[in-house]
Structures are given as C-alpha cells and as structure tokens.
Write a protein that binds this ligand. Structure first.
Ligand SMILES: Cc1ncc(COP(=O)(O)O)c(C=O)c1O
Length: 418
C-alpha cells in the first residue's frame, strides 16, 4: 500500500467523480475555485500508516501544517490519530477537535513563551525542542507553573534527502534542530533540570522524500543517540522520525512505505522504544484537488495560455517550488490535446499552475481539476491581489459538505481603516 495511491477519483460516463459525488455539481453548487477532499482517501492514507506500523509500539501524529481544516483534524482524531503542531494556532485547532493531549507533539524552531504556556496547560505529550535557548525557555515556563515539561530534542542528523532545497531540513546547513555533536551535552543539561522530563529524541529530515534509505539513516542516528543516552541513565522512550513521506504527483516511483515500515520494525523490535511519525502530505496530499474554471484561452504562434480562475494565491506550490500538479478536465472530451501554460489571473509572471503542459483541448467555461492539492494547498493560500480564499468541501460517498465558506472581500477589508 502506497500512501499516494488513493485519491478517490474516477471518471463515470465521462464525468469526473470524487467518491460518488460529481465534481461538476459541486462546482455548480459551491462555485470555483474550490478545494475538494475525499474523506475515504484521507482515512485510507492514515490507516496505511497505522497498518504498516502495527508491529511496533507507535503513534501516528498527523502533521497539522499540511492541511489544518477542522473537519480533517476531527476526522483523523476520531480515527485515533495524534497531532504534530508547530504553533499556538495549531494547538487551538487540535484542542477544538478534542485531540487527546497525550497524542500531541509540538515541533517548530521558534516557539514563543505564550505558545509554550498554552501547550503546558494542555498537557501535551512532548515539546520537540530545537535549541538550547528554547530548552531553557520551556524549563523556565514549567518552573513558573511549578510543573514539569516533557521534552525531546530535535537533532539534525545530517542526512541528505533528495528533495527540493526549500523542503530539505536535515543537514547542518539548515536552521532546524541541534547538531548531533552538541546533542549529548544538551541532553545532560536537560537531565540536570528538574522541571524537565526527557521523553525522546526527534528528527525531521525534509518533505516529499521518496527514498526509504534517508529515513532509515536518520532513524539509525536518533536511535544510536538514544541508546547512548539510556546507557548513561537518561530514560529515552520515544523516537520521533518526523514526517516527509513522499507521494506521487506525476510519474515518480512512490515511497515504499511497507519497506520503510519493515526496516523500522527490525530496528525497534525488542527495544524499549515507541516510534512516533509525523506524516502530513502523505495523509492529505492525494486526497484533495482544486477545482477551477477556464476564463480565457489565448493562442499565439509562440505560446498558448489557458487562463483559469485560480492562481498562485490559491495554490502556490507550482510558483514556489516549481512543483507538478496533474490537471484534468471534469468532462472527458474527444477533442485531442494541445500544449499550453495554465495560468492564474494575478499580476505576476510566476502565477502559473502548469508550464508548457500537454493538456486536453479546452475552452472558456470548462472546468478543470488540479490534482494532488490536498497538502500545502489551502494552508499556503493568500489574499494577494485582494482575492478571497476558496471554499473547501469534504466528500464522503455521495455526500458533500461545506467545511469552510468562501471568504468575501468585505471580510478581507473589515480590519482595515482609512
Ligand atoms: C517537524 C515536522 N514534522 C512533520 C512535517 C510534515 O511533513 P510532510 O508533510 O512532508 O509529511 C514537517 C513538515 O515540514 C515538519 O517540519
């Protein structure tokens, strides 16, 4: 089972369906641009992790940053998921869906005092601490409450992950984590502070990693460190491998989750450790798409452009990372293909969804689906050009429910004054 294999999509009598819901009727009912998620696909992706890791003590903490819509958090909480959060805002979201505090890990390189206080009050499983300064802050806030803070230290295992430079995080050149050479000293410092309870060792080497080996290398690094710490009397219990499990956007060979799981299992069986993983993209990426309508088709001898009603403000991944999203028509036609850039309406040359792409012939008014947009789609959307962000819909079988209303221009300007 690959996390990317399921997206809940299929053509029926030439019309694209998400589960048993016609996407054309969703576009008619809710307008475009519109994010659409398949509930079954999200759950299947989550259960693929649970199933593959069932042979070792483990906790799957969905990484909220990938898509933080409350309906998705609620769905995953009901399925038993824990959560990886990176801000006080994300903490509020997971508490709102009544996440079990002992299934929440708090990652991130810049936690503030008030965020630390809120997480202490909630009673989370652990802070994944990223620097000596942060460790001291967490200790001082715990002291202030006469309490004890559960911590792991995120180490930088210096493992190279072949992915986009902006989403590679596990080498010494990156801002994340503590260099592995400094980790032992920091753990001993932490152990000397009675307001800290050391729970684990953490890492996260990047995102959209399709190869098993970097994960196993990183795991070996954190386990080696944990073994040494245990030998010196520091009772490490959790080994948090982070997220970053890659999915198929185009024709990449998908990450072999089963092979990764057996590699991890072989390393954990018979040890005192509990594995934590923080998948984000692999849970929601394939389960979401962005519906858009064609506004204009501009043809010239040099280049063709399909201008659609969504742009880089709705889905920034192509502009930001040069990433590929398959674009398909909602109605299968017999009209053949042509080569074009699919672009948005924003005043930016970088405002494209696809460049020089062979796509189905299309005309103004047609509906298109931009696939594999469930992760880092809506969460990175902006209001650039005073464009309200899209609505979001969750589909389950033939039912669709609006899980976020479309923003209005009035809402966008309501906080401003003359
Ligand atoms: C600490 C941490 N955990 C988990 C994730 C989730 O990564 P992904 O969505 O690639 O699984 C991220 C993403 O950057 C992260 O920084």
């Amino acid at each position: 089972m690959q996390p990317s294999s399921n997206n809940g999509l299929e053509y029926r009598a030439g019309n694209l369906f998400c589960e048993d819901a016609s996407l054309e009727s969703l576009a008619r009912q809710y307008g475009t641009p519109l994010y659409v998620y398949s509930q079954s696909a999200i759950l299947e992706n989550f259960h693929a992790f649970v199933r593959n890791l069932s042979q070792v003590p483990s906790l799957v903490c969905y990484s909220v940053k990938a898509n933080s819509n409350l309906s998705i958090l609620h769905l995953l909480r009901e399925a038993g998921s824990g959560f990886d959060i990176v801000s006080g805002g994300e903490l509020s979201r997971v508490l709102k869906v009544r996440a079990a505090p002992q299934k929440i890990v708090f990652s991130g390189v810049g936690k503030t005092e008030s965020e630390v206080d809120a997480a202490l009050a909630a009673g989370i499983l652990m802070f994944n601490v990223e620097s000596a300064g942060e460790l001291n802050l967490v200790a001082s806030r715990a002291r202030h409450r006469n309490g004890c803070a559960p911590v792991s230290i995120r180490i930088n295992p210096d493992v190279e992950a072949e992915t986009h430079p902006y989403i590679s995080t596990g080498q010494t050149i990156h801002k994340f984590g503590v260099p592995k050479e400094d980790a032992v000293e920091l753990y001993h410092h932490a152990a000397s502070l009675r307001e800290l309870e050391i729970r684990g060792v953490a890492c996260h080497i990047g995102s959209q990693i399709l190869d098993v080996d970097p994960f196993l290398k990183a795991f070996d690094e954190i386990k080696g460190l944990a073994d040494g710490l245990r030998a010196s009397g520091i009772p490490i219990e959790h080994l948090d491998l982070g997220g970053g499990f890659g999915i198929r956007y185009a024709d990449e060979a998908p990450l072999e989750l089963d092979r990764l799981a057996s590699g991890l299992e072989a390393r954990i069986r018979g040890t005192p450790y509990r594995l934590v993983v923080e998948p984000g993209r692999a849970i929601v990426g394939s389960a979401g798409l962005l519906l858009t309508r064609v506004l204009y088709v501009k043809r010239s001898p040099h280049k063709n452009f399909v201008v659609v009603d969504c742009g880089m403000n709705d889905l920034v991944r192509p502009a930001l990372y040069g990433s590929f999203h398959e674009i398909v028509p909602l109605r299968q036609g017999s009209n053949g293909m042509f080569r074009a850039d699919v672009v948005g309406p924003l005043c930016e040359t970088g405002d494209f969804l696809a460049q020089d792409r062979e796509i189905a012939e299309t005309q103004p008014g047609d509906l298109l689906a931009i696939l594999t947009a469930g992760a880092y789609g809506y969460v990175l959307a902006s209001n650039y050009n005073t464009r309200p962000r899209p609505a979001e819909v969750m589909v389950y079988q033939s039912h669709a429910r609006l899980v976020r209303q479309r923003e209005t221009v009035e809402e966008l300007i309501a906080r401003e004054s003359l």
